[in-house]
Design a protein around this ligand. Structure first.
Ligand code: HEM
Length: 179
């Protein structure tokens, strides 16, 4: 997992819960990085999982909800860092249905070792989109948060239903209806 995902995460934790919480979740985890991350580095996903688990335990917020809120923050990082990539889209359904064959393709050019999910488009109309998310990291709520913010970015809203195909969340169906 890319360092930018860790650095932005810890900044958000500091913002919302304070530096003590950052220290607490780092010191209660077993981290090869010792909790020192640079934006361009690459770190084990198990480190993110431990940080999320400890934050969840200490705040009582579920990992899914933490990932949702974190993704909403991460979207603003994307807006700042990749404005040209976003500017190629005029519509949220167009953008979200292009993650697999355009957006994450570009991401992989920038970060060849990025660990990305797959999003298979099952059905697409002007106002609806059904996609299957697959990833061993089960970060579907990170996807949900990015989708929510994508609609907001285009001054739009949507109802997004998420249905687990596999119990462990490694395969999930997203059904999106633009309002
Ligand atoms: C992961 C970039 C749009 C879904 C990532 C990562 C980056 C990235 C850098 C982390 C990879 C790693 O740590 O190795 C971008 C950029 C985007 C974009 C630059 C837009 C310009 C989206 C959108 C979605 C999405 C709209 C919404 C469905 C995900 C998910 C992950 C991810 C779910 C977590 C990894 C996983 O589930 O396996 N993306 N992304 N991305 N992205 Fe995107």
């Amino acid at each position: 997992m890319k360092g930018i995902v860790f650095t932005e995460f810890l900044e958000l934790v500091e913002d919302k819960f304070g530096l003590e919480m950052v220290d607490k979740i780092i010191s209660s985890s077993t981290l090869e990085s010792e909790g020192i991350y640079t934006a361009v580095g690459t770190y084990s996903f198990s480190e993110m999982l431990q940080l999320l688990e400890h934050l969840s335990k200490n705040t009582g917020i579920s990992i899914d909800n933490l990932l949702l809120v974190y993704a909403e923050h991460f979207f603003s990082v994307i807006e700042k860092s990749y404005p040209d990539l976003l500017a190629t889209y005029k519509d949220p359904i167009e953008m979200i249905s292009s993650i697999e064959n355009h957006i994450h393709v570009e991401v992989r050019k920038i970060y060849p070792d990025a660990e990305l999910p797959t999003f298979e488009v099952i059905e697409k109309t002007n106002d609806t989109l059904t996609m299957i998310y697959k990833s061993s990291r089960a970060m579907h709520h990170f996807g949900l948060g990015l989708m929510n913010k994508t609609f907001e970015h285009f001054n739009s809203t949507a109802t997004i239903d998420l249905e687990k195909i596999k119990e462990d969340g490694t395969e999930v169906r997203f059904v999106i209806h633009k309002n």
